[in-house]
Write a protein that binds this ligand. Sequence first.
Ligand code: ATP
Ligand code: MG
Length: 174
Amino acid sequence: MQIRRLKLSGFKSFVEPAELRIEPGLTGVVGPNGCGKSNLLEAIRWVMGESSAKSMRGGGMEDVIFAGTAQRPPRDFAEVVLSAADSQGEELEVVRRIERGAGSAYRVNGRDVRAKDVALVFADAATGAHSPALVSQGRIAAVIAAKPAERRQMLEEAAGIAGLHVRRKDAEQK
Ligand code: ATP
Ligand code: MG
């Protein structure tokens, strides 16, 4: 899976429609504190189906909608469009939109789908909102500061074996 383009509208600090092209090779985003770098990474995770408001640094999922400033009124929706090439090189376009009071809606290649279907798209591509490929700010420090058991949990998640203990217990009981 190769992310090619990200379009944001009303998402967090990206009140005006903004487009980010990701060309092959290394892409860096630089800018002063608070300019929206982490918001971009969160937009990628959100459009892939993130359901935890906390991991989007909000109290509720509607907190991703532009909340307004002294100069600008708040928005009533947020939308993120992710364009990618899947592992077969096929074009993939995923849209997630949230409206105040109406929750999230998803589209994949122009078709209305459920959150579950979006999760499946990215599960098949071994990526997605909880992929170890997306490392958010503070996460490295959290790994260092974690208690051994918590750190093991993190490493197991990264290695994709977090479910094994449950399955082993289950097998032992049989
Ligand atoms: P740093 O270099 O400190 O990590 P950053 O570039 O990663 O900064 P972000 O954390 O992405 O910055 O952006 C934070 C900014 O986004 C803050 O100014 C915050 O007010 C703004 N922001 C977050 N959510 C919303 C929202 N719902 N509406 C408007 N602005 C928002
Ligand atoms: Mg940041």
